[in-house]
Design a protein around this ligand. Structure first.
Ligand SMILES: NC(=O)c1ccc[n+]([C@@H]2O[C@H](COP(=O)([O-])OP(=O)(O)OC[C@H]3O[C@@H](n4cnc5c(N)ncnc54)[C@H](O)[C@@H]3O)[C@@H](O)[C@H]2O)c1
Length: 370
């Protein structure tokens, strides 16, 4: 989409967001070859965006772990992928349940060894009743339903946590990506949908915070924020509310998810997708002024995170090096012998000959490392 086709409001938005750029479908699919052979985990893959993205990723050679609370939907999807020559497995997963997600990720690892990309997609609409004035027998307000936050907030945070854990275990230095599903309601509140709006704002916060922790470990984190799209998630009320308005398309949303999951150089972006197409906005586009002390705080935090990571890596490497093994015991014995020879043989106690010093130094270094 060219700038001339944008409405004046969209042009104003673009100008207010200097770090934003429109992406065409070709832009979004440009790194498709990067997904070949990669293992992609998708939650809520049985319908809507998750299903279409899974088909597209598999058609470009990704191995798809398709999970959904409705097993039969992902079983059908996997059959379709396999029929087209692709590779995928189907599994039940209720994202609101931690153990269910642990089992889903374990199946992915047991089947394919490692995972390379995770699309945190499963989501539900606003559960009715949160705004009701209903009172219980005790005359107090009844406990509100929690389905929306259970899935869209807690469930999404579980998927993200497990994704982060397993992506770090992947020794590859290539593409690793985490794609969060936000919404236009990550920016504004949908009237009568407070829990949905809260959960999608929460995804934006998760994205913005996690971005800093993901940098030192090479995981790309991006968030896809679609305007309304006619999928199964829109109930009658939502369909009536948007009747006659331009909607975003499944194809554009899936292109955005694809870009975020496949492009190794695409990191820290919000993909705002509405009826005009895909707009890519840098995570720091909303900083006040040029950042000022906000930016100073964030760089300080980023430095601390990467320093902690380096210290953890060094400690882990020392732990591995110090783990006992027959070879190390043998090297230790040789080191002790060399040390003894350096002290008592080549030099004699208190005497510092060159061969004696070299033998003592080398033996001490070997013993320290082991
Ligand atoms: N369609 C839209 O207008 C729109 C707009 C913005 C954001 N989104 C977000 O996009 C994501 C996908 O939505 P969609 O439009 O494809 O919806 P959809 O209803 O078509 O598909 C959602 C899928 O998630 C599955 N699911 C629901 N609860 C689950 C659970 N607890 N565990 C595992 N799977 C579960 C459903 O069975 C379904 O297959 C959601 O996070 C949604 O909030 C959708």
């Amino acid at each position: 989409m060219s700038t001339s086709e944008l409405t004046s409001e969209q042009v104003a938005l673009k100008e207010a967001l200097p770090s934003s750029v429109s992406l065409s479908t070709e832009d979004c699919l440009a790194s498709a070859k990067e997904l070949k052979g990669k293992v992609v985990v998708v939650t809520g893959a049985g319908a809507g965006f998750g299903r279409s993205y899974s088909l597209l990723a598999a058609s470009h050679g990704a191995k798809v772990v398709a999970s959904d609370i409705k097993l039969e939907t992902v079983e059908g999807l996997v059959q379709e992928i396999k029929k087209a020559g692709g590779e995928a497995i189907a599994t039940h997963c209720n994202t609101a349940d931690w153990d269910s997600q642990v089992a889903m990720f374990r199946l992915a690892i047991n089947t394919y060894g490692f995972i390379d990309s995770v699309v945190v997609n499963a989501g539900v609409t606003e559960a009715p009743g949160w705004l009701d004035d209903k009172e219980g027998p005790d005359g107090e307000p009844v406990k509100p339903p929690s389905m929306t936050t259970d899935v869209n907030l807690i469930g999404a945070s579980y998927t993200t946590r497990l994704a982060f854990y397993h992506l770090q275990k992947n020794p590859s230095t290539g593409l690793k990506s985490l794609v969060l599903l936000g919404s236009m309601s990550s920016f504004f509140g949908i009237p009568l949908a407070p829990m949905y709006s809260m959960s999608k704002h929460a995804m934006m916060g998760l994205f913005r915070s996690l971005y800093y922790s993901a940098q030192p470990i090479g995981i790309n984190v991006n968030i896809v924020c679609p305007w309304f799209v006619a999928t199964g998630i829109l109930d009658t009320g939502a369909l009536l509310a948007v009747a006659g308005l331009p909607l975003a398309t499944v194809d554009n949303v899936v292109s955005g998810i694809f870009k975020a999951s496949s492009d190794p150089n695409y990191n820290g972006y919000i993909l705002a997708i509405d009826a005009s197409g895909v707009l890519s906005i840098s995570h720091d586009a909303f900083f006040l002024g040029d950042g000022g002390y906000y930016r100073a705080f964030l760089s300080r935090a980023a430095f601390t995170i990467s320093t902690i990571k380096t210290i953890k890596d060094v400690v882990a490497a020392i732990r591995v090096a110090r783990r006992p093994s027959p070879q190390k015991t043998a090297i230790k014995a040789v080191g002790i012998a060399a040390l003894a020879w350096g002290v008592y043989g080549a030099g004699g106690i208190g005497e510092f000959t060159i061969p004696g010093l070299v033998a003592r130094g080398a033996a001490a270094a070997a013993l320290l490392v082991i």
